[in-house]
Ligand binder design. Structure first.
Ligand code: 5AD
Length: 347
């Protein structure tokens, strides 16, 4: 248990120590200790507040072919859709009415959304809702593109690094993609003043304690404002259709560890966690998470944004189920707040 006390004391470990730490993922005493410290830190910086983000999945076209993802470009069975600017703005209007003060525009890497089109969308949203934060999650672009979106008003950017280990990265992605580019994008986004989110799936094929340890070393070094962690869930039309799903318990363990590494991080209890476990989101909050991202996409399109099988999209994780979601957040000892929920800058 030495390594756990060291993590709690120093807020970071070496790669070898993370590997040792991960050996405690099934140890009830260790899990409890990490959870308590994670919740203490979350409370210290954010009180009991849980921030709500309205997620708008605006396109499922994608030029990439990530082996794990249901909307990868080569999946001919995916029914593709994209939303027009006015449709995106209607989602925002509904979200604003429901109390959301952050909108997250997420999509595949869809060439239709050129820099000009994206800039126009960002500008329109920020003009209509100047008091709201806008998060983009649209993959890898050039520094110049990121700069244009930032100048147009985008505040935050989510781009999971997926894995910080080169070999593992190649196991999950075709050779057209590279970890070097991925990391460069993340550092570009930081340099431009975005609040940046990195992250990874838990239990993706080829993941080991060593690759996870590298993820933790990388996260500490990047020092992102947000970290997205959810279990891998197979999708039937992908290369990994027959691979087992990731573990809910290991995901919860890692949420606690990340809260301790990056005490002020904005940490979502993800949809994937809620998909694998009916109470996954509450458990995530109790492990140190402080963000949930209900789905604001047009109801008729939600099923089509199918990153993995059985992705939940109509229950309390949907914007219409907000009251139920709020009750669940309260049951976890927290409070859903209607605020932008920016990264905490005070010490
Ligand atoms: N299971 C879980 N998460 C997935 N993602 C993509 N495919 C899957 C899957 N099969 C995650 C990736 C991506 C984010 C938008 O969704 O980590 O970055």
């Amino acid at each position: 248990m030495d390594v756990i006390n060291r993590l709690i004391r120093d807020g970071s470990l070496t790669k070898e120590e993370y590997v040792e730490l991960l050996g405690y993922a099934g140890d009830i005493g260790a899990v409890k200790l990490l959870k308590e410290e994670a919740v203490r830190l979350r409370r210290k910086y954010y009180g009991d507040d849980v921030y709500l983000r309205g997620l708008i999945e605006f396109t499922n076209y994608c030029r990439n072919n990530c082996y794990y993802c249901g909307i990868r470009g080569e999946n001919a069975k995916a029914q593709r859709y994209r939303l027009a600017k006015d449709e995106i703005l209607s989602c925002c209007a509904e979200g604003h009415r429901l109390g959301f003060r952050t909108f997250v525009l997420q999509g595949g890497e869809d060439p239709y959304y050129t820099d000009d089109r994206m800039e126009e969308i960002v500008h329109a949203i920020k003009t209509a809702y100047p008091n709201c934060a806008l998060t983009l999650s649209i993959g890898e672009r050039t520094y110049e593109s990121y700069q244009r979106f930032r100048l147009a008003g985008a505040d935050r950017y989510l781009l999971r690094h997926e894995t910080a280990n080169e070999e593992h990265y190649r196991r999950l992605h075709p050779s057209s993609m590279s970890l070097t580019v991925r990391k460069r994008c993340l550092y570009d986004l930081k340099a431009l003043g975005y609040q940046v989110g990195a992250g990874f799936m838990v239990g993706s094929p080829g993941q080991t304690k060593e690759t996870l340890a590298e993820d933790l070393v990388f996260l500490k070094e990047l020092n992102p404002e947000m970290v997205g962690i959810g279990p891998f869930i197979p999708h039937h039309d992908t290369v990994f259709a027959d691979e087992p799903a990731g573990s809910v318990d290991l995901t919860l363990f890692l949420l606690s560890v990340v809260r301790i590494l990056l005490p002020k991080v904005l940490l979502p209890a993800t949809t994937a966690l809620g998909t694998l476990d009916e109470n996954g989101r509450e458990k995530g909050l109790l492990a140190g998470a402080n963000v949930v991202m209900p789905n604001l996409s047009p109801v008729g399109k939600r099923k089509q944004y199918e990153l993995y099988d059985n992705k939940i999209c109509t229950g309390e994780e949907a914007a219409e189920g907000l009251e139920e979601l709020k009750r669940r957040i309260e049951a976890a000892g927290c409070r859903a707040v209607s605020a932008r929920g920016d990264y905490c800058k005070s010490s």
